[in-house]
Design a binder for this molecule. Structure first.
Ligand code: SF4
Ligand code: SF4
Length: 90
């Protein structure tokens, strides 16, 4: 399955996604914009507002990554971690 996350390497920490999210599913933790998979309804408003494409990011996962896990990422999880990062085309 896919999980919607933000790409740490493309993110410029502008907060546009956090402000755009109507459900407040995006939290800034230690400068990382993390999407709570239990709140996000995939409305894509954050994707529309993100100036760099960092919010237009979906990774293949076996188990959902929590916001606390996402906060630790300096890059997207490697494919060897059973995740396959890719940019989605909407
Ligand atoms: S897709 Fe919608 S609900 Fe999910 S994080 Fe983005 S703005 Fe929030
Ligand atoms: S809108 Fe995009 S660049 Fe700005 S904080 Fe969110 S993910 Fe990062």
């Amino acid at each position: 399955m896919l999980q919607h996350v933000t790409d740490p390497e493309l993110c410029i920490r502008c907060s546009a996604c956090e402000l755009a999210c109507p459900l407040k599913a995006i939290q800034c933790i230690c400068g990382r914009y993390c999407i709570d998979p239990n709140i996000c309804n995939e409305c894509k408003k954050c994707v529309e507002e993100c100036p760099t494409g960092a919010a237009d990011c979906y990774i293949e996962i076996a188990v959902l990554h929590t916001v606390d896990e996402q906060a630790q990422w300096e890059t997207l999880p490697a494919a060897s971690d059973k995740s396959t990062p890719h940019q989605a085309t909407l």
